[in-house]
Design a protein around this ligand. Structure first.
Ligand SMILES: Nc1ncnc2c1ncn2[C@@H]1O[C@H](COP(=O)(O)OP(=O)(O)O)[C@@H](O)[C@H]1O
Ligand SMILES: [Mg+2]
Length: 358
């Protein structure tokens, strides 16, 4: 009886929860080997990479530390990876922390007193630094000195401890929340954009090679276009498709496996997950298409504002489904069309100019 429905081999797996995306901020490196180690292995982001290669080789030639580096972009695009690559290309030591882990000035001082010449010191989520720590970092970045207060009360005094010239690499998903004195101390800024399809395909091929998975051309193409221009997502989906192929008894990840697998995971042809579509639907159904403020929207969809702003919105904006306006979030006509909802006419009136071709 059961064999009449061969497609349902996937059903159990889906019911066990695979349809839920893993948390977007999960540093999903179950396969650390997937992380590129050199600039050459770091695919895509061509202009940014070429400039960096120049700055790195110039610093090496002068035998100096690289200027402080500021990395901006949505999660999963390769900020942490690039920081490690830079250290490796410089032949320098790599130290890592994240702003929320630095609770007291002494936490930062503890690290800064151990950096060596040219050490690459990576601070993730740098928009979340506490003011007292930020102050200390300003001086460290600019003068390579550490202000340290000894004693308490009237006898207290500040001593300045020199530290070796190091390179600070700060990463953020929210450049708008970084204080301008901090921004101005970075000599190099790299702004990540979502990866183009050809680069995503190259990433699929590279990862498949490392994981020893065979992927057909149409499978790779479909994976590349359904992964929201994000390497972390495409690596995650590749692992899932490998599971689907295996359970379906296919020896390789074919276009059919991918298309069936994506359906099972409720990922559509634009790469939107169920939750992306829910966000659009909530704006349409509860707020008449918008504008609605980020906080209100976050509560309505049961998401933290940060997750909404950092993970979901950038891709919805990039695909032209959502706009950020001073009064709040507004869905576009494209979103109505994509969701095949009524009301497309109203919305297209509202945002007509965006989609008009003269
Ligand atoms: N340019 C790239 N080429 C190939 N793989 C990449 C690239 N950038 C990121 N990745 C992969 O995506 C994963 C997520 O990257 P990560 O650096 O952790 O992103 P972020 O720090 O911006 O959130 C990495 O583990 C790596 O395997
Ligand atoms: Mg990271």
């Amino acid at each position: 009886m059961g064999k009449a429905k061969p497609k349902d081999v996937f059903k159990d797996q889906v019911e066990q929860g695979l349809s839920h995306p893993e948390t977007p901020f999960d540093d999903d490196d179950r396969d650390p080997s997937l992380r590129p180690r050199t600039l050459k292995e770091f695919l895509g982001q061509k202009a940014m990479k070429e400039n960096l290669a120049v700055f790195i080789s110039a610093a090496r030639e002068r035998n100096e530390s690289l200027d402080h580096l500021f990395l901006i972009g949505p999660p999963g695009l390769g900020k942490t990876t690039l920081a490690q690559v830079v250290a490796r290309e410089l032949g320098a030591e790599f130290k890592v922390t994240s702003a929320p882990a630095l609770e007291k000035p002494k936490d930062l001082a503890g690290i800064l007193t151990t950096v060596g010449e040219k050490t690459v010191f990576f601070i993730d989520e740098i928009h979340r630094l506490k003011p007292a720590i930020e102050e200390m970092l300003y001086i460290a970045m600019e003068d390579y000195e550490l202000d340290w207060i000894i004693g308490a009360g009237p006898g207290a005094r500040t001593i300045r401890i020199p530290i070796p010239p190091f390179t600070l690499v700060g990463a953020t998903t929210k450049a708008g929340n970084v204080a301008s004195p901090l921004i101005s101390r970075f000599g190099i800024t790299c702004r990540f954009s979502f990866y183009e399809k050809a680069d995503m395909e190259a990433i699929v091929r590279r990862s498949a090679g490392i994981l020893n998975v065979s992927v057909s051309d149409d499978g790779a193409a479909l994976l590349a276009s359904s992964s929201r221009g994000t390497p972390r997502v495409v690596n995650r989906l590749l692992r899932r498709m490998r599971d689907f192929a295996q359970v379906a008894g296919e020896s390789s990840v074919t276009g059919r496996v991918v298309s069936e697998g994506l359906k099972r995971l409720e990922i559509d042809e634009l790469g939107l997950e169920k939750h992306d579509r829910e966000i659009l639907k909530v704006i349409i159904e509860r707020y008449g298409g918008g504008p609605v403020g980020a906080e209100t929207l976050a509560i309505s969809v049961g998401e933290a504002v940060d997750t909404l702003e950092d993970y979901y919105e950038p891709y919805l904006i990039q695909t032209g489904l959502l706009q950020r306006t001073p009064r709040g979030r507004v869905v576009t006509a494209l979103a109505y069309k994509h969701l095949r909802l009524e009301g497309a006419k109203n919305a297209s009136n509202k945002t007509a100019s965006l989609f008009d071709t003269p």
